[in-house]
Design a protein around this ligand. Structure first.
Ligand code: NAP
Length: 273
């Protein structure tokens, strides 16, 4: 019987995940298919029942369900527990197990470049769901101070509290202060959604230089204004699409228990832009 996988969220029509996973299935001749299933906010319970009825083999979870999905899980893996959000679910005989592959997905591109996180100063723009996975990843790798910059102070405070709770060292600064201090940070990470609509960089790039590592997790467009200007300043740039690809590869491995065909998945993703 064909195994069915899905991504659930809203909006979902522009998701690149079906392309990535279906290309991987084709290349390995797996009898599996991956669909996009729109579940609006407030309809998650019914959506999960529907997925169970069709014996879904596994699914990814995106905005707005990453946190609420936790309450429908039977088992949570350690990262999922730590972050308090889920992006990957497996279904074995009706037992739903949750994982969070955003954390390893975020770290992989840094590790591939052999960049050292330990004791490094980090400035993190944004304090949403993705930021929590990034903080958990950076604390796990023993980063130095993590400075949080966010539009809504209340969300920055919550993220700083979370950072301290899991053993990290956080502080918060205003955007203006961040612009002045930017050269002091080794890692400059954008986890806001600024850039998706081709907006200007969320931070001044004037003092970003060759020693800066700029990681923009926005993946569409690939070359955001922050990425373009950082490249012009000779900074090391890590692209959001790399994180997307790594988290998809991790989900593939969880579901199929075989090595994901990374290059095939990458080609499918980049072809989708
Ligand atoms: P989220 O929970 O909704 O958080 C959004 C963040 O962006 C919040 O900090 C929010 O600030 C900030 N923000 C949004 N619009 C803003 C604006 N106009 N000015 C200033 N700040 C603004 O979303 P998320 O799940 O963390 O995702 C954030 C981004 O990361 C999205 O673009 C998403 O596509 C991307 N992402 C990429 C990957 C990947 O694999 N590459 C994985 C996950 C997410 P407030 O707190 O003030 O609202």
């Amino acid at each position: 019987m064909t195994s069915t996988y899905a991504i659930i969220g809203d909006p979902i029509d522009h998701s690149l995940s079906p392309n990535i996973h279906n290309a991987a299935f084709r290349s390995l001749n797996l009898d599996s298919t991956y669909i996009a299933y729109r579940i609006p906010k407030g309809e998650l319970a019914a959506g999960i029942e529907a997925l169970k009825t069709i014996k879904i083999a596994g699914f990814n979870v995106t905005i707005p369900h990453k946190i609420e999905m936790i309450k429908y899980l039977d088992v949570l893996d350690d990262n999922c527990n730590l972050i308090g959000a889920v992006n990957t679910v497996s279904n074995y005989d009706g037992i739903l197990k949750g994982y969070n592959t955003d954390m390893t997905g975020f770290l992989d591109p840094i590790k591939k470049r052999n960049l050292t996180i330990k004791d490094s100063q980090v400035i993190l723009l944004g304090a949403g769901g993705a930021a929590r996975a990034i903080v958990a990843a950076m604390v796990k790798e023993k980063a130095g101070k993590i400075t949080i910059v966010n539009r809504t102070m209340e969300n920055a405070v919550k993220l700083a509290e979370f950072t301290e709770k899991i053993g990290g060292n956080a502080d918060m600064v205003s955007l203006q202060k961040a612009n002045e201090l930017i050269a002091d940070y080794k890692f400059i990470i954008n986890s806001t959604s600024i850039g998706m609509k081709n907006e200007q960089s969320p931070i001044s790039t004037e003092n970003i230089g060759k020693d800066s590592i700029v990681y923009d997790i926005v993946y569409q467009p690939i070359n955001t204004d922050l990425v373009k200007k950082s490249k012009e300043n000779n900074a090391t740039v890590i692209y959001g699409y790399e994180m997307l690809l790594s988290q998809a590869a991790s989900a593939f491995k969880i579901w199929h228990k075989i090595e994901p065909p990374y290059d095939v998945m990458k080609k499918a993703l980049l072809g989708g832009f």
